[in-house]
Write a protein of this length. Structure first.
Length: 337
């Protein structure tokens, strides 16, 4: 079945696209990214179905909840899930106060990349400080020598057995026990395979993820066929027309085109109006689709001639990371806040 072939992004399909073999891998060090605080290890959550914490645990009502003393700044964290030690980088801003629930942003690296490399490409720490949100850079597990995100459910002919959806749920459950998280304001962004994964999260973990932003990533056809959303879902995409790894026009039988995935999410959100198109620059067009359920909106940046990269674009005086944050943060699971 085609849905089971989605894993080919890590296998033969990826191998046929030279630039897919590794997404912006950089082994250099950077002293500005030094983590603070001790590494935390938690108990094994086993499979997703065994996880006891629910969205009630992460409720925005924290009046009767007592949280431990936070670890401010950047720290390396580990959590046992499905008998595998999983890692992520956690950034807690100095502006965080446990008396007030705060949003959370997940930021996923590309195929062959790492959480540190994604932090270098998309460093949202200053934004987290000024806007008061918790920031997470998860680390994928290895598949044939490369870190990856499993964009489809494990089992069948899926080449990957990583339970990445369960890992994300386990992270959110653990974080909700230790920090005041606004459970209806959990956002996800990612690059390439990490961008693909955000589309899957919006479908398979709709009850936990409020909105997504994909940079140079595409949605799998299998994900579309089995997608179930529980709330209006804001979707932002940034994609280049000359991307040979995740082609703008998709990959028939596997990856949806940008046009088709945008149409799908407009339909999911009951957006019927045509796009408002803005020329941001000579080679960048912005497509805004508004008027969905709860006044939710979708947005797409079309980068003419853009390749397979994490784009640094400027729109109305703000750059990529802030564009993503300002767009997603205006929504909760009911729509516009």
């Amino acid at each position: 079945m085609k849905k089971q072939l989605s894993i080919l992004v890590y296998g033969s399909l990826c191998a046929s696209l030279v630039s897919c073999s590794k997404d912006a891998v950089d082994s250099t060090t950077d002293s500005s990214l030094t983590e603070t605080g001790s590494t935390a290890t938690t108990t094994d959550t086993q499979a997703t179905t065994d996880t006891q914490a629910t969205t009630d645990t992460a409720s925005t009502d924290t009046a009767s909840t007592s949280f431990p003393e936070p670890t401010y700044g950047m720290s390396n964290q580990t959590i046992m899930h499905d008998s595998v030690s999983r890692e992520y980088k956690l950034y807690v801003p100095e502006s965080y106060d446990a008396s007030t629930p705060v949003p959370l942003m997940l930021n996923f690296h590309g195929f062959g990349g790492s959480s540190l490399e994604q932090l270098r490409s998309s460093d949202m720490r200053a934004l987290a400080e000024s806007e008061n949100f918790i920031l997470i850079y998860p680390q994928g597990t290895m598949l044939e020598g490369y870190a990856h995100w499993n964009t489809y459910l494990p089992g069948g002919d899926n080449k990957s057995d990583a339970d990445d959806f369960g890992f994300v749920e386990a992270m959110l459950d653990e974080l909700s026990l230790n920090y005041a998280i606004a459970s209806d304001r959990v956002y996800a962004t990612g690059y390439s395979n990490g961008g693909d994964f955000t589309y899957s999260l919006a479908c398979f973990l709709s009850d936990r993820v409020t909105g997504i932003a994909s940079v140079s990533g595409l949605m799998w056809e299998g994900t579309l066929r089995e997608c179930v959303t529980t709330h209006p879902t804001a979707v932002l995409s940034i994609h280049g027309t000359s991307d040979n790894t995740r082609p703008y026009d998709g990959w028939e039988g596997y990856l949806l085109s940008i046009v088709d995935s945008t149409a799908f999410w407009n339909d999911q959100n009951n957006i019927t109006s045509a796009a408002t198109i803005t020329n941001v620059s000579n080679n960048i067009e912005r497509f805004d689709y508004v008027g969905g359920d709860g006044n939710v909106a979708n947005r797409h940046y079309k980068i003419r001639g853009g390749g397979h990269i994490w784009f640094s674009i400027t729109d109305d005086g703000i750059q990529t990371d802030q564009i993503i944050w300002e767009y997603l943060s205006q929504f909760d699971q009911s729509g516009v806040r």
